[in-house]
Design a protein around this ligand. Structure first.
Ligand SMILES: Cc1ncc(COP(=O)(O)O)c(C=O)c1O
Length: 452
């Protein structure tokens, strides 16, 4: 079977929450001012109550509201494909499957959480949403979700992406959002950065600071996060739940689950429902590989410590692998992977040896993306090209070992708005950045001091 399709009635009716199943209790978030554990009340200025409850919930399953499922049905369930042509191109005995999230209107997995977040905010009377966006995928998803629930959306887009991807901005505007190139002079955080360097190309950390600040000073506004935090990962688990059913339909179970990691949401969404089987002992041998950019090697080379989620230190402090909240990655084209930290639950799984992180430079990833496009047709976004590089490595390992391992990976978005990146790749203009240890050491010097 080439593609495995589910019926609308197979759409999951609950999200899977991994928190109660983690091998160790997750470290609590800390308040950025006091460095003491954060209570739900501290989150109230930025998130609606329903989201705060999900963020700290210990319930394994959380019901998906009917109105959210109705909107999910526009593009869900998404297809699962067998990549036989890629298997042949890679000359591997491995069986490769991929779950394709590029069929959503915004072109990636991001609407899976944008829609429920917009829903809960609308329910609680919020009128205006603010957020940051790197590659523009998250901003597009939120603009889309805002248009479904009649909410005003303001997006702070990292300047380098704003310049690289003008059509992502136009897409957000089509769905009614207002988009600013961050850093801006609209916020204290932005002005402080511009005062130091007015040509600064921006980073996700700074764009987050601007969006949080904007939401915190207006009563009608709330801030939206597209990755990293528990509730976002939770919403994305529709991906893995569907994939599990689809793999069952072809009588297979993955030996290895691969995805790219920026903040961890698409990968967690695909992997956690399978990770549940590993943690329960039902499938103790499944391996998990998280692929990240060598220019922003959070999981492979970061330190495991408490750090601010944003550059200005206005949002919650989380225990995670981090390159330091002041770290500004080089402007690689996988804009969505340029984040200094990662989801705390995923970091915990890496720290416990349950997820293996790997880092790749961009030319080797684009080479795999082009190979994939030429044999399977779909054009990957630069972010999942990192997953494709890991797939190629696993396929080669399967060839050497002579085994037919089953590989499942997440193709979390299409690259139709990333053609300038492909152009740069074909012109040989992409730089491969290997981060110096000195740069990492300097960046992590400013980690917040946490009382023992
Ligand atoms: C297509 C795509 N993939 C991956 C990511 C990385 O985010 P996450 O690790 O949360 O999936 C982004 C983020 O913007 C993205 O746009």
């Amino acid at each position: 079977m080439k593609k495995v399709l589910l019926d609308e009635t197979d759409l999951p009716d609950r999200w899977y929450n991994i928190l109660p199943d983690l091998p160790a209790p997750p470290a609590p978030y800390l308040h950025p001012g006091t460095m003491q554990p954060l209570g739900p009340a501290d989150l109230a200025p930025i998130f609606p109550q329903a989201i705060i409850a999900q963020e700290v919930s210990q319930d394994r399953w959380i019901e998906i509201p009917d109105q959210v499922r109705e909107i999910y049905k526009i593009w869900r369930p998404t297809p699962l494909y067998r990549a036989e042509r890629l298997e042949r191109a890679l000359e591997t005995p491995a069986r490769i499957y991929f779950k394709y999230e590029g069929v959503s209107p915004a072109g990636s997995h991001k609407p899976n959480t944008a829609v429920p977040q917009a829903y809960y905010n609308a329910q609680e009377g919020v009128k205006r949403l603010t957020t940051e966006t790197g590659a523009g995928q998250w901003g597009s998803a939120l603009a889309l979700a805002g248009s479904f629930f009649d909410l005003e959306v303001t997006v702070y887009m990292v300047r380098v992406s704003y310049e690289q991807k003008p059509y992502r901005r136009a897409l957000m505007e089509t769905w009614g959002a207002t988009v600013f190139a961050s850093p801006t002079d609209r916020t204290n955080s932005g002005r402080a950065i511009l005062a130091r360097d007015f040509r600064f190309l921006g980073s996700l950390g700074i764009a987050i600071s601007e969006a949080v600040e904007d939401a915190a000073i207006r009563d009608d506004s709330k801030y939206f996060l597209g990755s990293v935090v528990n509730h976002v990962l939770l919403h994305q688990t529709v991906i893995g739940q569907e994939a599990k059913k689809q793999m069952e339909m072809v009588g297979a179970y993955p030996d290895v689950v691969i995805g790219c990691v920026g903040g961890g949401s698409n990968y967690a969404g695909l992997a956690y429902p399978f990770m549940a089987d590993r943690l329960s002992g039902a499938r103790p041998d499944t391996r998990f590989i998280a692929a990240e950019p060598a220019a922003c090697p959070t999981l492979t080379r970061g330190v495991y410590a408490y750090d601010f989620g944003d550059t200005a230190g206005v949002g919650p402090v989380a225990m995670m692998y981090t390159l330091g909240h002041n770290f500004v990655p080089d402007p690689i084209h996988a804009g969505g992977l340029r984040y200094h930290g990662d989801a705390p639950s995923l970091c915990l799984l890496v720290q416990q040896g349950l997820v293996e992180p790997r880092a790749y430079t961009q030319n080797q990833c684009f080479a795999e993306a082009v190979r994939f496009a030429r044999v399977e047709g779909f054009l990957p976004a630069p972010e999942p090209s990192h997953a494709l590089k890991a797939v190629a490595e696993e396929a080669a390992a399967a060839r050497e070992a002579g085994d037919e391992r089953v590989i499942l990976f997440g193709l979390c978005g299409h690259g139709h708005f990333d053609m300038s990146a492909y152009d740069a790749y074909f012109a040989g203009k992409l730089e491969d950045v290997e981060l110096s240890q000195q740069r990492i050491d300097t960046a992590v010097e400013e980690l917040p001091k946490v009382p023992a």
